[in-house]
Design a protein around this ligand. Structure first.
Ligand SMILES: [Zn+2]
Length: 414
């Protein structure tokens, strides 16, 4: 406390009976009346009426203002103005979600507002976090593998390297897409183009790892085995192209758009899973299979994959009670969780197969090549980015108001 500042003490009536409270004591200050009084230590025992009669009323008001300011300061420093939320009829059609009534962010949010909105409960918050946190989980698993495996020189680990990279990329891309999708209608489409591209690349990661580690013994070196990864690259191009195109039909033909997008992701999934289905069928038939940790993990993965597909298409539970699950519990959040849990079991299955079948696969299937793994990933990445670029360019060139709804009348709802 600087010199010359004291806490006035209530000693007027009943000396010693009462004092200014500690809270007020921190805020009040007692200034000397003039410079001649200098650093004189003021007398503490001023009665209150003296304070009031010698212009103290104004001074008291002033210190009260300072006190309020001092109290409010930390609150102002901590309070950040969070973006306003809107109901479904207040946002353009392109932003509306089936059976989600409230909790929409502003359709022209700034990038900062988008980032801040991830800390504010709205209808995208859980979508963002259900893919942001798993990104760190998969990164942690990847780092742990880096310390135990030699990804640089051991070519047998390269399919796993590609797979691990892609299971880190797809939830992170999805998290970014959900975060920044409300900057404009154009940005919404482009964000989800990248989301679809990352998902189709993930399907390539599955194909590469399944082709090298999960392929059943009887299909090793077959035509399917030899062409498995190139076909999977074709699937990623088909998947990215069709899913991006489906966004252009969303407003005019929502059912067709949904069917095309679902088909775009189901096809690579079915193709990638052919070796796994075959192995499970062989097991069920009782030939050439012994139950293993890998197979049980793969079965759990398939279970969650079907659940993921069901949640994506059914829009349950929000369809049963529109508005009830706007913030927590709607199908897209459950879809994210189911997809991540499925990916976890898939990762466990792939790693178990990779470890347990190493000697046999190296002896009969040959070693994975750089071009067949990382080269394929790079080629597919470039081609998919090209497709995303083709779909994004017209949106970037169009006017801001019409760009979000290509081939459809301009949306009047604001
Ligand atoms: Zn999503």
């Amino acid at each position: 406390m600087p010199e010359g500042r004291v806490f006035p003490v209530w000693r007027g009536i009943g000396v010693g009976a009462g004092v200014w409270s500690q809270g007020w004591g921190r805020c009040l200050q007692w200034d000397p009346d003039g410079p001649e009084q200098g650093p004189r230590i003021p007398v503490f025992d001023y009665p209150v009426w003296v304070v009031l009669c010698q212009g103290g009323r104004a001074r008291l008001r002033e210190v009260c203002q300072r006190g309020r300011g001092a109290i409010r300061l930390p609150t102002d420093m901590l309070s950040i103005k969070l973006p306003q939320l809107f109901d479904i009829h207040q946002v353009p059609k392109v932003f509306r979600e089936d059976s989600i009534i409230s909790g929409y962010r502003h359709p022209r949010s700034s990038a900062l507002d988008c980032v801040l909105s991830s800390f504010q409960l709205n209808n995208e918050t859980v979508n963002i976090w259900t893919h942001f946190l798993p990104t760190w989980y998969f990164l942690w698993r990847f780092c742990a593998l880096c310390s135990t495996m030699n990804f640089l020189t051991d070519s047998y680990t390269w399919p796993l390297l590609v797979y691990m990279l892609l299971i880190c990329v797809y939830p992170f891309t999805s998290c970014c897409a959900h975060t920044f999708s409300t900057m404009s209608p154009e940005s919404r489409h482009i964000c989800y183009f990248f989301d679809y591209g990352a998902l189709s690349l993930y399907s390539l990661g599955c194909a590469i790892s399944y082709g090298y580690y999960v392929m059943p013994d009887c299909l090793l070196n077959s035509w399917l085995h030899q062409h498995f990864v190139p076909i999977a690259i074709g699937n990623t191009l088909f998947c990215t192209g069709l899913s991006c195109y489906s966004r252009f039909l969303e407003l005019q033909f929502p059912q067709r758009s949904k069917a095309l997008r679902t088909g775009a992701f189901v096809l690579p999934f079915i193709f990638d899973t052919v070796p796994l289905f075959y192995r499970i069928l062989l097991c069920c038939g009782g030939s050439g299979c012994s139950p293993s940790d890998a197979l049980s993990s793969h079965c759990y993965h398939l279970l969650f994959a079907f659940l993921t597909c069901f949640l994506f298409t059914a829009h349950l539970p929000e369809r049963l009670a529109p508005g009830r699950f706007d913030y927590i519990g709607h199908s897209h959040q459950l879809f994210h969780v189911s997809a991540v849990v499925g990916t976890h079991f898939q990762m466990e299955g792939v790693m178990a197969d990779m470890t347990s079948r190493r000697a046999w696969l190296l002896a009969h299937g040959g070693t994975p090549s750089f071009l067949g793994t990382i080269g394929m990933l790079v080629a597919s990445l470039v081609l998919n980015l090209g497709i995303i670029g083709i779909f994004s360019t017209p949106l970037l060139w169009n006017s801001p108001h019409g760009a979000g709804q290509p081939r459809t009348p301009k949306c009047k709802e604001q």
